[in-house]
Design a protein around this ligand. Structure first.
Ligand code: KIV
Length: 264
């Protein structure tokens, strides 16, 4: 299998070809996802919740992400691998450079960080130092205490305009990808159509260039609250490999997410 690169995703955006992505935290699932055709994997700080059992992503450390990135990279040598810079690990330029370097040395192809305009200089500095960046906008879980919970973002017109401006600022600063989480479908479409870089959605409808799911949601093993956008692909296929094949096929066909998984 040819390695998936950022250029591959940019080419797919030009061709209007949708792509699937999923979180991975260990060697075996990373290998299964790669085998079943998932081109982009994320070592997300969601691991704080779904792997470590915390009630937010805030306790996750760079050491945690490095450990999981190394394991995932061994399982999926050709995937485009993004790794999250966790909470407060990009608060100063010195921290940002050191922590981004640790993730890249562990095997990441790209780092992901949460925030808009205020991060433009950080994105520029990382990009200049050969660290590709994915921005994360909308419901950014590291800001849960500012938002007062896990809430859909960008519903009011000013908030929607601000999110578009944030996305444009990240792109202008050099970001190569954007993840948009939990925003109305119409806003996700507007941002996707405006940006020239690929936009990956989660809870953002099916107009984005790519989709991402937390792997536990795709297998229906998330405890407690199940997000509206989640779909249990294991329930309809009965087999983990078939579930991932179905997820990839449904994303590529634009069948997932459906209206019932999306916000207005
Ligand atoms: O940490 C994570 O898993 C994420 C996805 C929800 C996009 O950021």
């Amino acid at each position: 299998m040819k390695p998936t690169t950022v250029s591959t995703l940019h080419q797919w955006k030009k061709e209007g070809r949708k792509f699937a992505s999923i979180t991975a935290y260990d060697f075996s699932f990373a290998r299964l996802f790669a085998d079943e055709g998932v081109p982009v994997l994320l070592v997300g700080d969601s691991l704080g919740m779904v792997v470590q059992g915390h009630d937010s992503t805030l306790p996750v450390t760079v050491t945690d992400i490095v450990y999981h990135t190394q394991a995932v990279r061994r399982g999926a040598p050709n995937a485009l691998l993004m790794s999250d810079l966790p909470f407060m690990s990009y608060a100063t330029p010195e921290q940002t450079f050191e922590n981004a370097a640790a993730l890249m040395r562990a095997g990441a192809n790209m780092v992901k960080l949460e925030g808009g305009k205020w991060l433009a200089e950080t994105v520029k500095q990382l990009t200049e130092r050969a660290v590709p960046v994915c921005g994360h906008l909308g419901l950014t879980p590291q800001s849960v205490n500012i938002f007062g919970g896990y809430k859909v973002q960008g519903r009011e017109s000013t908030a929607a305009d601000n999110l578009l401006a944030d996305a444009l600022a990240l792109e202008a600063a050099g970001a190569q990808l954007v993840v948009l989480e939990c925003v109305p479908v119409s806003l996700a479409k507007r941002i996707t159509d405006t940006l020239s870089i690929p936009v990956i959605g989660i809870g953002a409808g099916n107009a984005t260039d790519g989709q991402i799911l937390v792997m536990h949601d795709a297998f229906g093993i998330t405890g407690g609250h199940i997000p509206k956008f989640a779909k249990n692909f294991l329930a309809e296929t009965g087999d983990m490999r078939a579930a991932i094949r179905q997820y990839v096929a449904d994303v590529e066909a634009g069948a997932y997410p459906a209206d019932e998984h999306s916000f207005n």
